[in-house]
Structures are given as structure tokens and as C-alpha cells.
Design a protein around this ligand. Structure first.
Ligand code: ZN
Length: 788
């Protein structure tokens, strides 16, 4: 059978507990810096060692080389390869790291130990993640009319952690130990080891991830759902028309209808399409019509959709209307979904601060003087409560809102983003949108958004074994109680981060179990449950904890925690909190796990070698320490964007990928280099990817052949920085990001180089962000203080 290959390989030998000594001082001496604080000189003399963060690239490269075998998930507590490695996953009983990544794969047994170490216990979950073509998507399991088999007490779903007893007639729950009866239709005999003989024929008994078909009991009002609908709402004010946005959207919508997402079982997409424009006057007419409660409108629009799309740009070509509304636009879309009695997604295309007299009216409150003060937090908070209430109504209907912004000035993203961020939606931002240069990027985003697999009207719940529980959640969702994460929409890119805390002792023998179950409506209108199971080891020795952490996931958690904290605390306090916690983590290691002979040296656990370099990147991000030219809208936008990022996205967001283009050969990407100016050769060209921006930096002495290949001219002086398309290389690598990135060509010593340098995150920056080496020394000092 398909599951016959499942075996339990012996656990791998524990990795060596190597400790790495950072000789940053020596490096500074070599570099000729002698002007640092006195404590630095305590360590001299030191042997010369490679520059401190060469390790950053080295760790990534070592993991890539190591990762040649498929990663199998059958071994409890095994940390997966890094997100920067290419690897193949075989599900053998725990969720793939593409679905779930944990900060620690050896959880401390007790709350005291967890508190002592300060290592956050969290999981980053991407429930509907898209898998590579050579990995099997989760199987769909149908337990019949009675629905999925569950524990009687904690309601955990049938999974590999349920222990069958009494000849197979009952099962004991791995989460709460309650014993439940096996329903007669699900009975099966046990083999001599106590396993059900059909174990490997059933995904829910042998795999980490699978789906159940949900019954009518799992549906709103005990009624099977209608297929979801997509509704497009287009701002047709003066700016929207003039920028070319209205025309592009209307043209594109005609072809988008062929690209609607499909469930794996559906032949054609069952999604419904509705549309109308959002001019103030027109909107109110439409709004009134819909409030009267007719489903007619949606069908009416559907029939005449294409001709209407042709007419819209002409109808508003001469508009002088500059004031827009925003609240009523979403209300209208929501009413339409209510009338159609279905869940769905609103695509809102909007240009400006909604100052027109209407519900949700906003005023311009942009005030850069508040930056760095105790009042800075107000800039991240919504200015009116209207949108939070509206978001709640949207979630109740399963109405997800995606917002495409085309601002020429302040639009108050902190407030406009409230509904998307609470409904599982996304915000896209095209500042100073120009049809000619931004059209392609916008259309890429829109097409990908329309096509991507997603679920609607979703509820996510995380169950854990006795001893720990999920206490905090981060992401784009709404919560009306402390356990149910409600997502009006959940697409394949969205991530929910969960923090765990002890409520009792854990045992080394049983480990800690976690089950994430997401109930959702598929694109075809089927109600389903996606289940991800994850078991990690538990330990009573700190050394075991520090042996098995995942730094990229820790940084994902820390950054989400910090970016949420700016809503309530000054950024300075948030930055200090991060430094203190990381210093405590490393001091605890130094005190309890490192050899005493290394007094005075900075010693980091092998798996946290990169914690300082990445932490410094979080501290100097534009949300926590903004550059002078970063707008308040950009900061609010980045803050919201991060909340839904998975570990690989947050990795490149904080530590951009810098690729030398001089040695492009064969199929493989060039090796990334460190994000530092000193890595840039005047004779080369480099691509820098942040997930949002793509810079192409060209050295003043770049080789003619290189320039010819990239720009079609051998002369540096003749390079056109307005080049829109990226350089096409033979292997055609695309730096795959959730959003299309704008390519910015930066010629060495051009004005644009300032923006580019902002992303060379190992260097000191203009807004006061420390260089990596300075920060490392600072951390060392903090740790020594904690130890003394
Ligand atoms: Zn249970």
C-alpha cells in the first residue's frame, strides 16, 4: 500500500555540542579599529580568525551541503534543515516543516527551566502551504456520516498519537489521556505490537498532515456552504483614473476570470464573480440597492461583466472627484456576500485617504514629530474604532478583504489595514503608481492573488498535550475567545504563529504533542478540516534545549512579538526588551552549558550562532528604528506585512539576500555574500533581494561583458537606471517572493545608493542602527553583566 514504506529509523546520534567563540575584537584590530570601549581590550591578545559573520553565510552553506537526503518526519524532536536549504520532505508521522516550524525541538520539561533559559516556545504554522510538485499534498479522509473520529474529552482528531487498546475497541488520547470508544465502522484489529493492522493504509494513523471531509455539523447554521464569491471594488476617483489603475484593473479582470482558484477535486472553479465601482455617488446607489437584499445584483453583474468592464474607464474618464470613501465600500461588499449567503473575498482597489463624509471617514494625522516619543505607538494604532467593528462583521460572514493601495500621499495604512489584517487578507502598496513602470508588478500580484489556493470562513484551533498550552497567537486573523483563531480567508501564504507556555510538567518519555486543526470552506464549497500534528522532545537538561533550537524561527517569533508590542510600548522599550531577552538566553547557556575555561569569551550555542546577527537586523528594521525617509504608512505597512510571514520570508526580510552576478553559471544560484558594503567589488554587479525590493547594484568598474549581458551596453555611463525588467539569466532564476518586487537599478555613487545601503544590514546605518560587529560587542557586554 501507499503507506508501506513507513518505518521507524533509529534516532540519529546527537549533534556535537560545539561552541563557537567570537573573536570580534581581533577582527577589529586587524581592521585597524582601536577606538572601542575599554572592556574590549581584556581579551587581547587573540589569534586572528575569520571575520565574525562570515559564519552567517557559512552556516547557511553548511546546511545546504548537509541536506542531500530527504528530511523524514518520523523521528520525534528532529530539527528540520534551514529554510535556506533545498530539501525534500517525507511525511512519516509529523507535519512537514513547510507546514510547521518550531523554535525548540527539545522543550524544557518544566516552566522553571523555560523561564531560566528565556528561549521562546512557539510554532510557526502555515496551514495551507503549497508543497513542491514532488511532495504529496495532504490526503482527504472521509470518516462517513458521523464525521471525523475524535477524543471524547479534548476533541482532538484521530492521529498517529492515539493509542489503540483493548484489542482495538477503544483508544487513549495522546493529548489528554482520555479513553474513547472506537465506533464500530472504524474498528480494526491490532497486530502483535499493538498497532492497528490498517495503520499504514490510513493517513490519519500514519501521517503528520491530512484532511478530513467535514459533515454538516461543522457548517455554519448546520447548513452546507455555498461556493465562495469574489467581488472587485474599484476606486474611480480622479487619481485612480489618472494613474491608469482603473483601466488596467478593468482590462485585467476580463482575463482573470479564467484563473480562479480550483480545489483539487473540482473541474471548474465554482467561485462566483461580482463587481461594481466605488465612486462616491454611484457607491451609494449600489449600496442602497444591495441593502434592499437582492441576490439579483451579483448575477446581473456576472452576466454583463465583460461589457461593463469596457465601459467603466470611459464612464469615469473625465471625473473630477478627488474625495473617496472606504468604509461603505467594504460594507457594500459585505452586504453583497450576505445577500448571496456565502463567504468570499473582496478585492478593494483604493488610492487615497477617505476624507469624504461617510462612515469610516479619516483625517490626516501624519506627524513625524511623534517618532521616538512615548506617543509613537498611536501612529500604529487605528485612528477610529469603526474598522475594528466592521472587521468583526466581515469575519462573521467569512468575508476576507484584500486591499490594493495606490497612494500618492499619506493614506493611513494603520487604519485602512485593520479590516484586511483581521480577516486573513493582504495589503499591497504601490506608492506613486505609474501605469508604465508598475503595471507588470501589480498584475503579477493580482494574478497570483486570484489564482492562489485558499480557504474561506476558517477556524483554527491548536490542541496540545497535558503540560503545555497555546497562549498567544500572531497573524492576520480575529479572535473572539482565547482559543479559536477565526480567519475569514486563509490562503496558502498565510502563517499563524503560536506561543506555548507550561501549565504543568512535561515528560521526557512522551514528549510534547501539538495538533493544529483548521476547519475551512474550500473553493468548491466543500467543508474540510486540515490537520497538522507535531511532536517534539522534552528535556530536563538545559544543554539538550540549547542543542536543538531553530534560530530563524526564534527570530520570526521575536519580530512578530516586537512588531505587535509597538502598538502599546515605545519602540525604544521594545528594542531593549529584545536585547535583554536574547542576552538572557545566551547568558543562561554560557552559565550552564559552556566550559568554564572560556572565561571572558562570547560563547554561543551551535544552533544560535546567528542569533545576534539576525537580532540586530530586527532591531534596526524600519518599524523599530526608521530611516529618515521612511513614511509612517510604510512602517504601518511593514508591521502588518510581517504578521503573516513564514520563516523563509521573515529570513530574507530581515537579512536580505545579496547575490554576486559575476559568476552566473549552470543551473545553480550564485552563493550569497554578506550584507556589507565591504563585500561589494567595484568590478562587479549584485542583486539584493528583500522580499519587497530587488536592487541591482552595479560597480563603477563593472566588466564590460557583464554590463553587456545585463543591460545590453558595455558602458557604465550608458546604463539606464529606469530599466524595468530584471536581468534575464540563462537559468532564469526568479527570487520567488509572495509579492512581485520592484527592480531598482543602483549605479555605484548614484543618489539611489543611499536606499540600497539601508539594506546592507551588517553595516552601521544612518538612523543609528549598529553595525553587526558593534552590536556583537554590545551583546557580549550585556551577557557579562548578567553573569557577574
Ligand atoms: Zn483528548
Amino acid at each position: 500500500s501507499a503507506w508501506a514504506s513507513h518505518t521507524d529509523p533509529p534516532p540519529p546520534p546527537p549533534p556535537p555540542l560545539a561552541s563557537l567563540t567570537w573573536w570580534c575584537i581581533a577582527w577589529k584590530r586587524m581592521k585597524g579599529f582601536f577606538t572601542f570601549s575599554p572592556f574590549l581590550f581584556l581579551l587581547l591578545p587573540l589569534p586572528p580568525l575569520p571575520p565574525a559573520s562570515a559564519v552567517q553565510i557559512q552556516v547557511i552553506e553548511d546546511d545546504r551541503v548537509k541536506t542531500t537526503e530527504p528530511f523524514t518526519t518520523g523521528v520525534r524532536g528532529q530539527a528540520p534543515p534551514l529554510v535556506t536549504s533545498n530539501f525534500h520532505v517525507k511525511d512519516q508521522g509529523n507535519a512537514s516543516p513547510r507546514f510547521v516550524r518550531c523554535t525548540a525541538y527539545n522543550m524544557p520539561c518544566t516552566a522553571d527551566m523555560a523561564k531560566q533559559s528565556q528561549v521562546p516556545l512557539a510554532a510557526v504554522i502555515k496551514p495551507l502551504a503549497t508543497l513542491p510538485p514532488d511532495e504529496t499534498p495532504p490526503y482527504l479522509v472521509d470518516h462517513g456520516e458521523a464525521g471525523p473520529i475524535r477524543c471524547n474529552r479534548c476533541k482532538a482528531y484521530m492521529c498517529p498519537y492515539m493509542q489503540f487498546i483493548e484489542g482495538g475497541r477503544r483508544f487513549q488520547c495522546g493529548f489528554c489521556s482520555c479513553v474513547s470508544d472506537v465506533p464500530p465502522h472504524y474498528f480494526q484489529h491490532l497486530d502483535h505490537t499493538g498497532k492497528r493492522v490498517d495503520c499504514y493504509d490510513r493517513p490519519e494513523l500514519s501521517l503528520g498532515s491530512y484532511e478530513f471531509l467535514a459533515t454538516v455539523d461543522y457548517c455554519k447554521n448546520n447548513k452546507l456552504p455555498q461556493p465562495p464569491a469574489f467581488i472587485f471594488l474599484i476606486d474611480v476617483s480622479y487619481n485612480a483614473v489618472k494613474s491608469g489603475m482603473v483601466n488596467i484593473v478593468c482590462q485585467e479582470l476580463k482575463t482573470l476570470l479564467d484563473h480562479l482558484p480550483r480545489s483539487r477535486d473540482a473541474i471548474s472553479s465554482a467561485l462566483t464573480v461580482g463587481q461594481w465601482s466605488t465612486l462616491r455617488l454611484l457607491l451609494y446607489i449600489v449600496f442602497t440597492t444591495i441593502a434592499n437584499g437582492s441576490r439579483r445584483l451579483i448575477y446581473f453583474v456576472h452576466v454583463s461583466f465583460c461589457s461593463l468592464l469596457d465601459q467603466i474607464p470611459e464612464m469615469f474618464a473625465d471625473t473630477r472627484e478627488t474625495e473617496t470613501v472606504f468604509g461603505p465600500v467594504i460594507q457594500a461588499g459585505l452586504e453583497a456576500l450576505k445577500a448571496a449567503d456565502c463567504a468570499g473575498k473582496l478585492f478593494v482597489f483604493h488610492t487615497s485617504l477617505p476624507i469624504a463624509e461617510a462612515p469610516g471617514k479619516l483625517k490626516n494625522r501624519e506627524d513625524k514629530k511623534l517618532i521616538g516619543t512615548d506617543k509613537e505607538k498611536s501612529l500604529f494604532q487605528p485612528q477610529v474604532g469603526f474598522y475594528s467593528t466592521l472587521a468583526k462583521d466581515c469575519v462573521a460572514q467569512g468575508c476576507c478583504v484584500d486591499l490594493f493601495l495606490f497612494p500618492n500621499q499619506y493614506v493611513d495604512v494603520a487604519t485602512l489595514g485593520v479590516v484586511p489584517v483581521s480577516t486573513g487578507g493582504s495589503v499591497y502598496k504601490y506608492t506613486y503608481f505609474q501605469a508604465q513602470s508598475d503595471r507588470e508588478r501589480f498584475l503579477n500580484d493580482l494574478r497570483r492573488n486570484v489564482e492562489k489556493p485558499m480557504g474561506f470562513d476558517a477556524v483554527l484551533r491548536v490542541r496540545t498535550s497535558t503540560g503545555i498550552r497555546a497562549t498567544d497567537f500572531f497573524g492576520s486573523f480575529f479572535m473572539s475567545n482565547t482559543t479559536d483563531v477565526e480567519l475569514a480567508g486563509l490562503d496558502c501564504d498565510k502563517t499563524v504563529t503560536v506561543e506555548f507556555r507550561h501549565d504543568d510538567k512535561l515528560s521526557e518519555e512522551t514528549g510534547a504533542l501539538m495538533q493544529c486543526a483548521v476547519l475551512y470552506t474550500s473553493c468548491s464549497g466543500q467543508r474540510r478540516l486540515r490537520v497538522h500534528n507535531m511532536a517534539v522532545n522534552c528535556c530536563s537538561q538545559l544543554a539538550d534545549l540549547y542543542r536543538n533550537c531553530e534560530t530563524d524561527t526564534i527570530i520570526n517569533f521575536f519580530s512578530k512579538y516586537a512588531f505587535r508590542s509597538v502598538l502599546t510600548s515605545p519602540t525604544k522599550t521594545v528594542r531593549e526588551g529584545l536585547v535583554n531577552q536574547c542576552a538572557a538566553i545566551l547568558a543562561c547557556y554560557r552559565k550552564n552549558c559552556a566550559s568554564p575555561s572560556s572565561a571572558g569569551q562570547l560563547i554561543l550555542p551551535e544552533c544560535m550562532k546567528l542569533l545576534p546577527v539576525y537580532l540586530n537586523c530586527v532591531l534596526k528594521s524600519d518599524v523599530l528604528l526608521p530611516a529618515a525617509d521612511v513614511s509612517l504608512d510604510d512602517r504601518a505597512y511593514l508591521r502588518q506585512l510581517l504578521s503573516g510571514m513564514d520563516v523563509s520570508e521573515s529570513h530574507v526580510f530581515f537579512y536580505p539576500r545579496l547575490l554576486p552576478l559575476m559568476k552566473l553559471e549552470g543551473d545553480s544560484l550564485p552563493l550569497a555574500v554578506r550584507d556589507s558594503e565591504e563585500r561589494l567589488s567595484k568590478g562587479g554587479a549584485y542583486l539584493l533581494e528583500t522580499g519587497l525590493h530587488l536592487f541591482l547594484w552595479v560597480g563603477a568598474n563593472a566588466q564590460q561583458e557583464l554590463l553587456l549581458n545585463i543591460f545590453g551596453t558595455p558602458s557604465f555611463g550608458q546604463i539606464d537606471p529606469n530599466l524595468v525588467r530584471g536581468p534575464q539569466t540563462q537559468n532564469g532564476f526568479s527570487v520567488g517572493a509572495v509579492m512581485a518586487m520592484r527592480l531598482i537599478v543602483v549605479k555605484q555613487e548614484d543618489k539611489a545608493e543611499l536606499i540600497f545601503r539601508h539594506f546592507l544590514v551588517e553595516d552601521k546605518n544612518a538612523s543609528g542602527g549598529a553595525s553587526y560587529v558593534d552590536f556583537l560587542c554590545h551583546m557580549h557586554k550585556e551577557i557579562r553583566q548578567l553573569l557577574s
